[in-house]
Design a protein around this ligand. Structure first.
Ligand code: ADP
Ligand code: MG
Length: 278
């Protein structure tokens, strides 16, 4: 059981404060959904969590990000990845000349403790199998990362990274945007697999349709850099029906309560289609 805790996170970019005190706690096996209008700071939050150097976390505001009580606030992204944090980008970058398979092998080795035995043969076998579960072929794995990929292929490639790297905590920034219904199902089930394996997940989304495949424990609404409301699945439904204007921004987010914490044994109940393979 691990805990990702974000407390009073303030972050700025180019001298402008975007995050104005975010506090959020995610435990292993929990699914938290983050919604909010365009420009409210959702991607900024994911970058700040991952340690993007452009996004400056304000030290004087006592902003803190910790995994199992150990601060990662000052660590570079690769160290955060080693501690089990993963981010699937909203807009993944293209890297010409770097095949997905090589990229993933390098990433996998970089976060795996050096004393663990690594076999390229075993890794490739595992990679091909996981890719096939997402409907991605061997040939696809030889292509340069995101080079000429369709929107859906980019999102599936991000999902593949998460599944191969098996993070403790994964953030999916609009992984469902632009996906057709079949791809959405595959990605939703991929998130389900991660949660079943014990990962804590933050899903940033505008739609509740991905929540058909994964049931959230909590839904949070971000407006202008702060969480203005937290609730259950119904809150996502309300937002989709009535829009963000229906949320009173003077609302103070409640403290975590008993309904939020999910013991390991309950994890499988929340993952729909638990038996189906991705
Ligand atoms: P969301 O993901 O919720 O749509 P973002 O986190 O992408 O919102 O953006 C929040 C605000 O931060 C926006 O006003 C955006 O213009 C600003 N911002 C984000 N990245 C940069 C950047 N690299 N330079 C300047 N402003 C930025
Ligand atoms: Mg965004």
């Amino acid at each position: 059981m691990s805990i990702l805790s974000i407390s009073n996170l303030h972050a700025q970019i180019a001298g402008k404060e975007i995050l104005k005190g975010i506090s959020l706690t995610v435990s292993s096996g929990e699914i938290h959904v983050l919604m909010g209008p365009n420009g409210s700071g959702k991607s900024t939050l994911s970058y700040a969590l991952m340690g993007h150097p452009l996004y400056e976390v304000s030290a004087n505001k006592k902003s803190k990000i910790a995994i199992d009580g150990k601060s990662i606030t000052d660590l570079p992204p690769n160290e955060r990845a080693r501690r089990g944090l993963f981010l699937a980008f909203q807009n993944p970058l293209t890297i010409q000349g770097v095949p997905i398979a090589s990229f993933l092998r390098t990433a996998y080795q970089a976060i795996t403790p050096s004393k663990e035995k690594f076999s390229i043969g075993d890794f490739n076998k595992m990679l091909v199998e996981k890719a096939q579960n997402l409907g991605l072929t061997r040939e696809f794995l030889r292509r340069s990362l995101n080079d000429g990929f369709s929107g859906g292929e980019k999102k599936k490639a991000e999902m593949l990274q998460a599944i191969v790297l098996q993070p403790k905590f994964a953030i999916f920034d609009e992984i469902d945007t632009g996906l057709d219904i079949d791809a959405l199902k595959v990605v939703g089930q991929g998130i389900g697999e991660l949660v079943k394996a014990g990962a804590g997940v933050i899903i940033i989304t505008h739609y509740q349709r991905i929540l058909r495949y994964v049931k959230p424990d909590m839904v949070h609404i971000l407006k202008d850099g702060i969480i203005v409301k937290s609730g259950g699945y119904d809150l996502a439904k309300q937002i989709e029906k009535e829009g963000y204007a229906s949320i009173n921004s003077n609302f103070k987010a409640p403290a975590r309560n008993a309904t939020q914490s999910v013991a390991g044994g309950q994890i499988s109940n929340k993952v729909q289609n638990a038996e189906s393979k991705i």
